[in-house]
Structure formats: C-alpha cells, structure tokens
Ligand binder design. Sequence first.
Ligand code: ZN
Length: 260
Amino acid sequence: MSAVVALCYHGVSDRWPSPMAVTPAQLHDQVSHFLRRGYRAATVAEAASARASERLLVVSFDDALASVHRLGLPVLESLGAVATVYAPTDPILSGTPMTWPEVAEHLATEHAAELDGMTVDELADVARRGWEVGSHTCSHPWLPTLSDADLARELRRSRHLLQEALDLPCRTLAYPFGAHDARVAAAAAAAGYEAAVTLPARVAAWPRTPSALERMTLPRIGVYRADERLRFRLKVAAPVRALRASPAWAAVGAARRSAR
Ligand SMILES: [Zn+2]
C-alpha cells in the first residue's frame, strides 16, 4: 500500500501574473516541503501501480508548457525529483501555442509566449531524465461533451502520436480541465491508458490501493500562483491528514521503522 500526494501545475514563471503559473521559488518550496518529510518523487504511472510501503509525491504539469522545461526542470533536478508532463498533441506536435477558449485571453497580452508548448525534443529530454510524458488529449476539449467517436479519437490518437513521436509507451492521461464522467473514464481505459488523473474542486486523497476503476480517476491537488507558503500547506494538509488516518499510513510507518 502506498501513501500518495499528487500535485497539478501548469506553467512556471517569474513574470506571468496568471493563476496558471507558479514561480520557480514556489515550486522549489512546495516540492521540498514534501521531500523533507520523507516523500519520494514518483511519476503518475509509478504511483498508480505502487505497491511499496512508502510516501510518494507526484508532481504533474498539464499542457506541457515550454516554461516547465525552461524553469521547472532545473528546480526539480536540483531536488532530485521527477515529474509527469501532460501534452495536448495538436499544439505540441504542430509547434503552435495553446489556444483553447479558456486560455485565449492571455494570447492578446505581453505574456502570450507563456502559452508556447514544449518542442518534441524538449519532451524527449524530460523523458530521458526520468520524467513521464502522458497524454492530455489532442485538442484539449471538454471530454464529457464529445460524441463516443470523437471521445475515442481524442484519447486513442493522442496516445498513439505521443508513442510514435517519443518512441516510448504513453501510459497515463490527464483529462483536460479535469473534466470526466463514467463514460469518459471507461473510454480512457478502453483506449489503453493504465491510469488517468483528475482535478477535483474539493481536495481529495489518492485512494490507498486504487481499483481498476479508481485508477482512471486519480485525484490531484491543483496548485496556483496564489498558493503562498501557508496557503499551500493548509491546502495539502487535508489529504495528508486523511492518509495518516488510514491503514496505508500505519503500513508506511511500520515499513519505515523496520527499515531503520
Ligand atoms: Zn490542460
């Protein structure tokens, strides 16, 4: 059994005054908060199938923004931590910025370049360093609104294209906007994903031993620019408390004690 805390980020920037970005200093502070407490950084795929009795920290970045390679990667490397990056294949493989309606407001500002995605070479670079590259669909749609055929295409084609581009298995998926329902989760499993991550409005704890169904709706905690030190610690305290009250935590404690 494992005790997992999963964080969801987007961009990393010192200048972009958007909720979608944290500063490099925030990222460093937040990740080291967990590492100091005995958590080990793991990818989503590893954490979803983890059986080891240890505390795992999952750091994930939705949208595969270029700033994550430029500013996030050095921070995590300095801490010896890996992460998972979720790439929407339409903008990433065509080298165009993210343009869906929810982010388009930024394109008209001086911060438009913050919506540039990583190149395929940059994705390959993070993969070489032990990061996981997962799918964030092709066009970043609201999946529950799609027809069965369009839903299957978004899930299957993005997975296939990433595997082709990186010559690596594409094991997990992040639902755009975290939006999913039972039909979407079933389609994700049918498309071959081992696990999929969400972004619930209320902070939820990662299940102790995820069932096949739970693996398709693994919850992450969204972290935003407004999450300064105290606010971040309060936000992550609830799932950590839930873990502590669980048998998983007792197993972790016993394993740690016997390992000493
Ligand atoms: Zn996204």
